[in-house]
Design a protein around this ligand. Structure first.
Ligand SMILES: [Zn+2]
Length: 263
């Protein structure tokens, strides 16, 4: 604020000081208000409990899997990248999701209803966690909760493998020891993967101790291939191979249903 050239009279001077003080007060008030607003804006919003990822509106066509609700669980996500490709550096979580979405399409084409534990690169952790509960455990508990709430008939958890030795390769399916339906599903899945993908190394389904396999419904964890194997990593990163995996996994479920119905 520039005063006129003339020197100020005492009264004018006093008024001028008051005006200046008022302007400063208004300015200070404004700055305080902005600071308060910024504090509010920066405060973390409470995160609601993760809900099952909504599926796009879909009426399954009639098929061999009609009436079946299948939970697909793309492993890891968000803060948890899982294993990492040795050559490209791509995280397992991204490949898991791509293969899971291909599997969803393939299963729907066979008539199944599909529920996904995630459709984006997100973990299933909550803002609040009881003392002693790790992030990983809470994330896994929420995946099980989604399966329960969806009243899933079957669980397919999609993962990628890795190993120190880069020569290890081939898909492998795991089930919970003592769960006969899981073992049957795993056997069908392993054969379907071998039949559709013709991997160099043909592995056998195995019992494995995984949190996601705890429900009393046929559940399998599918290690689609090794991210540590250069040839398999290259394959797993292509959309074409991811689609073939989806088709193979859906075929494994169809084979299982046929066998289970005959028993
Ligand atoms: Zn994994």
């Amino acid at each position: 604020m520039k005063a006129s050239g003339k020197p100020l009279m005492p009264r004018q001077k006093a008024e001028h000081t008051v005006t200046l003080a008022a302007a400063l007060l208004v300015l200070l008030g404004g700055l305080l208000a902005i600071a308060a607003w910024r504090r509010t804006a920066a405060a973390p919003m409470p995160r609601p409990a993760p809900m099952p990822a909504p599926a796009p509106a879909f009426t399954p066509a009639p098929g061999p899997l009609s009436g079946l609700t299948i939970l697909i669980d793309p492993g890891h996500g968000g803060y948890d990248g899982g294993a990492r490709c040795r050559d490209s550096g791509t995280w397992e979580k991204h490949i898991n999701l791509s293969v899971a979405l291909q599997t969803e399409q393939a299963l729907r084409q066979q008539g199944a209803q599909v529920v996904m534990t995630r459709r984006t690169d997100a973990d299933l952790c909550e803002a609040e966690r009881p003392a002693g509960l790790t992030k990983k455990r809470q994330d896994m508990q929420n995946r099980i909760r989604i399966a329960r709430e969806a009243q899933a008939d079957l669980v397919l958890s999609i993962h990628m493998n890795e190993y120190r030795a880069r020569t290890e390769s081939g898909p492998q399916v795991f089930y919970r020891a003592g769960c006969d339906s899981g073992r049957l599903l795993a056997g069908c899945m392993q054969q379907a993967l071998i039949g559709h993908l013709q991997p160099q190394r043909q592995r056998a389904a195995m019992a494995g101790d995984y949190f996601i396999l705890q429900l009393d419904i046929p559940s399998v964890l599918i290690e689609c291939g090794f991210l540590s194997n250069p040839r398999e990593e290259a394959l797993l990163l292509t959309e074409e191979y991811q689609q073939r995996l989806g088709t193979a996994i859906a075929a494994g479920v169809v084979d299982y249903c046929r066998l289970a119905a005959a028993q």
